[in-house]
Design a protein around this ligand. Structure first.
Ligand code: GDP
Ligand code: IMO
Ligand code: MG
Length: 431
């Protein structure tokens, strides 16, 4: 029995969905603990493709129970839509979906504020997913949020919502210069009441539920969303999301204590990608960048935006190993590197004045100027697509993986050679 956190080690989209689905085969429970429907986790098997935004990727394994933890921000309409779409595809929620009674809601005004701020910021925008994530977490922190547990068809809740909607309308109009149309408090209340009729059966005290499951001896997976350098504390602030995407977030976001966690699987793309604005030292805008983008089909699973692509950054990853306490590595998208003559790994950075960094410095103006220093490795001219045994990999692919493991001082546990469940090399058992 083991409790394992699965986190994104870079800027998101590392392939967490694929690996969580695969590992969930031997898990009892899968818990999402932060973020909201800014996430897009892709799972492929038997020629079917699923993209999960709010519901844990474990839902595709028929016996697994799935939890949306207290640390998430949940848009009721997006949740109902995702449930309906999954059920249409034959995935039943039955009695295996549980939503924390103290998770915060994303309200319609959060989406409007997110979009209005980005419009106003122009070229300085963060490039958010426009899902209202930041404004929802802001309200949670300022104690102006709405949690499922307090929603009632009574005057106390109605007057709180009325005040909130009016306040947000004023903020949108006078601060963000939003021109309308504005929200009607009564309509927001009525819509929420209707949505809650469908959501209420899933609401539970999920911290206690997960604790009971752990005590019963099942394996529990904690499915991270986004990635380490989008963490609101440890990421490339302000070009980050608004939650703790790093492993510590799994505990606060689910109500499970740190000493219950056994392992942390860092999901690492064999190169680097990023969606949205912000520093990216190893970004490539040349032919190699185009190769990674087209062969890797690097388009966002939530917004469809092109992902920026670049070489593997070991400097960044060393910080990720430290912050998350990564015990195991799951390297994905190895097949995307097939055919490239030379591969580069960033081992440290230089700044324009000649200073050297073997870590990712915090100052944004410095992050933007970092010049990556690379180690070159020979590529391989064979296909690794769908390879399931380490021995079958070309020698240069083995050497590339070994060098990553050596630089990060962490053993390899899983290697992904294609988007499907079966396109995976298992080197160690996690459970
Ligand atoms: P997540 O957000 O971390 O779950 O990752 P996404 O689903 O947003 O993006 C990962 C993309 O890569 C998805 O389209 C996956 O189907 C795909 N993928 C995952 N692993 C592999 C792999 O090993 N090789 C290839 N070619 N694609 C992969
Ligand atoms: P998964 O779970 C990649 C990025 C956005 C933007 C920044 C802030 O699929 O890996 P937000 O809407 O959260 O306020 O946007 O974070 N971002 C992601 N990038 N993968 C994700 O999720 C992301 N979720 C948010 O592009 O730069
Ligand atoms: Mg994604």
């Amino acid at each position: 029995m083991a409790n394992v956190i699965v986190i994104g080690s870079q800027w998101g989209d590392e392939g967490k969905g694929k690996l969580v689905d695969l590992l969930a085969e031997r898990a009892g429970v899968v818990v999402r603990y932060q973020g909201g429907n800014n996430a897009g986790h892709t799972v492929k098997f038997s020629d079917k493709t699923f993209i999960l935004h709010l519901i844990p990727s474990g839902i595709l394994q028929p016996k697994v129970r799935c939890v949306l933890g207290n640390g998430m921000v949940i848009h009721p309409q997006a949740l109902l839509q995702e449930i309906a779409e999954l059920e249409k595809l034959g995935v039943s929620m039955g009695d295996r979906l549980f939503i924390s009674d103290v998770a915060n809601l994303i309200m319609p005004y959060h989406l409007m504020i997110d979009k209005a701020r980005e419009t106003r910021a122009g070229k300085d925008k963060i490039g958010t997913t426009s899902r209202g994530i930041g404004p929802a977490y802001e309200d949670k922190a300022s104690r102006e949020g709405i949690r499922f547990v307090e929603i009632d068809n009574d005057s106390r809740f109605k007057s709180k919502l009325d005040r909130l909607v009016k306040d947000k309308n004023k903020y949108l109009k006078h601060v963000l210069e939003f021109e309308g149309p504005f929200l009607d408090p009564d309509q927001v209340f009525e819509e929420l009441m209707l949505q809650m009729e469908k959501i209420r059966p899933y609401i539970a005290d999920t911290g206690r539920l997960v604790d009971r499951e752990i005590k019963s001896g099942v394996n529990v997976l904690f499915e991270g969303a986004q990635g380490t350098f989008l963490d609101v504390d440890h990421g490339t602030y302000p070009f980050v999301t608004s939650s703790n995407t790093t492993s510590g977030g799994a505990c606060t976001g689910s109500g499970i204590a740190p000493n219950r966690i056994d392992r942390v699987l860092g999901v690492v793309k064999a190169y680097t990608t990023r969606v949205g604005s912000g520093p990216f030292p190893t970004e490539l805008t040349d032919e190699v960048g185009k190769h990674l983008s087209s062969v890797g089909a690097e388009f966002g699973a939530t917004t469809g935006r092109a992902r920026r692509c670049g070489w593997f950054d070991a400097c960044l990853l060393k910080d990720s190993v430290r912050i998350n306490g990564i015990t195991d590595l799951g390297i994905t998208k190895m097949d995307v590197l097939d055919g490239l003559p030379i591969l580069k790994i960033c081992t440290h950075y230089q700044d324009p004045k000649g200073g050297t960094f073997d870590y990712f410095p915090h100052r944004l103006s410095l992050q933007e100027k970092l010049i990556p220093v690379y180690e070159e490795l020979p590529g391989w001219q064979a296909s690794t697509k769908g390879v399931t045994h380490f021995d079958q990999l070309p020698d240069n692919a083995k050497a590339y993986l070994a060098r990553i493991s050596e630089l990060l001082q962490v053993d390899l546990t899983l290697i992904s050679t294609g988007p499907k469940r079966e396109e995976t090399i298992h080197l160690k058992d996690l459970f």
